[in-house]
Design a protein around this ligand. Structure first.
Ligand code: LFR
Length: 491
């Protein structure tokens, strides 16, 4: 038997088949596609029907390769959702979490309800685009969509509903709404009430690895495939990536590196201490009822946005990283998580403005700007890793880096240098692999997450980076903390 995983990222998606053969995990890419959000009337939307079209293409190609597919599951980015009307139709294309309609809304909600109140009930970090603030923004705009809404489904839930006709929410992704209470393991009625969302709009929450339905009959005919069962995986891509970390021990630190950098560790119960609150850490749901104690770091989005601004010139990764090597080290730093970098009109100018305003040397050339980004990311990783250790009471000898961002070996090396610890980079496709192993576990082919990670370890390439020039990086770390206003050390 085999399983089919759809892994949707903010820029691209892939369909990957997985199965176990002669004691090894085998995979095969069957379809890759672009995911291009669209700006319409000044609003930024996901092209959800196009994505669904690509899912269909993926199923068709997968079935051509193997006729023994016994399960399909989807993972994607978090927080975004679609609203369904009473006829079960989608009422509007879902907003992209980088749409400006939530600007300033989080501050209003937290002032009204209280930040502590929200954190105690959810354990989730405060990000301006969390579902709770998107809903508040729609309520405030008196959105006609809400008047017709009968059901609210997160992106993977929505696509799964398009495949099966069944409406269910999945745990790992549900937690990212900041409307889910991990103590009761259900939607938090107080918070729903506080933003004016009826409880009936929220679907039943099911765990990763649950059989939800099978392909609708019309799809079976259209695609010429049988009634393949559809499951939940870890439907939040970061949850799937953590499931895909090839860790040997059950205590490990990870960095899922892509558009975002998500750094943290896997824990048994949410950590909602005053420090977790103060440092804005999150406790997102994980597989096998674990929690992902982690923090969002703005990640390679900053670099990709610079590439977009520079298009017309040679903006290949190789060319830009070569220019970076020629630029002098440690000239200026940014805090990548400053909200001014969330969706600026022009990223390179925004970086220059930040440096100017913080009294630093302003990077001028592309090489200087790229160096500023990469060094700042590596420094921020150290800042977050040390706090992850403090919060979880663990210490880590090194860091597992997974996700597409590890193609940038400079960043992996900088990270090892900044941390003064080893970095183990691989696999690039951790989300797809995690999605697959969750499905294979549900099918009884794999025992649990520990065994799954063993299979992944044996199946992929992991590159080790040991720290270099640590003394210089260590000295510069203090300067990074000072210049970015992040304070020093753990106080
Ligand atoms: C990564 C990710 C992050 C989430 C962000 C927005 O792809 O899922 O975990 O915070 O996208 O949804």
């Amino acid at each position: 038997m085999s399983v089919l995983a759809f892994d949707l990222g903010a820029g691209s998606g892939r369909a990957v088949l997985g199965w176990i053969e002669a004691g090894r995990l085998e995979t095969m890419d069957v379809h890759r596609f672009k995911n291009e959000p669209v700006r319409v009337n000044g609003r930024f939307h996901w092209d959800i029907y196009r994505i669904f079209h690509e899912l269909k293409e993926g199923i068709r190609s997968a079935y051509e390769e193997r006729q023994d597919i016994e399960s399909i599951a989807i993972d994607s980015w978090a927080v975004d959702f679609g609203c369904l009307g009473q006829d079960g139709e989608l009422l509007r294309h879902p907003y992209h979490y980088r749409d400006a309609h939530t600007d300033g809304v989080m501050e209003q909600v937290t002032e009204r309800i209280g930040k502590k109140f929200i954190f105690e009930r959810t354990g989730i970090q405060f990000l301006p685009f969390n579902t709770i603030y998107q809903l508040e923004a729609m309520v405030k705009a008196d959105s006609p969509v809400l008047k017709e809404t009968r059901m609210l489904l997160m992106i993977p839930d929505l696509l799964r509903y398009f495949l099966t006709g069944e409406m269910k929410s999945e745990f790992t992704n549900a937690t990212t709404t900041q409307l889910f209470n991990p103590r009761t393991m259900d939607w938090d009625e107080e918070l729903l009430k506080a933003v004016g969302v009826p409880r009936e709009w929220m679907a039943e929450v099911v765990m990763p690895g649950t059989r939800v339905g099978e392909l609708r009959e019309d799809l079976q005919h259209e695609l010429q495939v049988p009634a393949i069962p559809v499951y939940t995986s870890a439907e939040h891509d970061t949850g799937a990536a953590v499931a895909g970390v090839p860790a040997e021990s059950s205590s490990f630190a990870y960095l899922s590196c892509g558009t975002w950098s998500l750094m943290g560790t896997e824990i048994e119960e949410p950590a909602t201490t005053p420090e977790a609150f103060e440092w804005n850490f999150t406790n997102e749901g994980g597989i096998e009822r674990t929690f992902r104690l982690l923090k969002n770091i703005m990640g390679l989005w900053i670099f990709e946005e610079c590439r977009r601004a520079w298009r017309g010139d040679d903006v290949s990764h190789e060319a830009l990283l070569e220019q970076m090597e020629e630029a002098p080290a440690f000239q200026s730093f940014i805090d990548p998580d400053d909200l001014q970098f969330l969706h600026p009109a022009d990223m390179p100018s925004q970086i220059q403005q930040y440096c100017r305003e913080t009294g630093q040397k302003v990077p001028e050339t592309k090489g200087e700007i790229v160096r500023c980004i990469m060094e700042s990311l590596a420094m921020k990783y150290r800042h977050v890793l040390e706090r992850t250790e403090q919060l979880s009471g663990q210490s880590f000898s090194g860091l597992y880096m997974v996700g597409g961002g590890i193609k940038n070996t400079h960043l992996s090396q900088f990270t090892a240098n900044a941390l003064g610890r080893n970095v183990w980079a691989g696999p690039k496709e951790a989300s797809a692999l995690g999605n697959i192993t969750v499905q294979l576990t549900a099918a009884g082919k794999i025992k649990d997450r520990h065994e799954a990670r063993k299979y992944i370890r044996a199946a992929v390439e992991v590159n080790a980076f040991s720290p270099k020039e640590h003394t210089a990086w260590n000295t510069e770390y203090e300067s990074f903390c000072k210049k970015t206003g992040l304070g020093n050390g753990l106080s």
